[in-house]
Design a protein around this ligand. Structure first.
Ligand SMILES: [Zn+2]
Length: 46
């Protein structure tokens, strides 16, 4: 058995209606991930 190690390649950013920032990642094998940065945590400087 070979072990596939996912390589997370950034696939863009999106912002939800709630203002959360979503980072999308994907691997060459087709797996995808979404990392959500909630707007009410770690407010960016204005
Ligand atoms: Zn993979």
């Amino acid at each position: 058995m070979s072990t596939h190690v996912h390589v997370r390649v950034s696939d863009g950013l999106a912002v939800t209606e709630a203002g959360d920032l979503v980072e999308n990642y994907r691997c060459g094998c087709g797996a995808t991930w979404a990392k959500v940065h909630r707007a009410d945590e770690g407010q960016p400087e204005l």
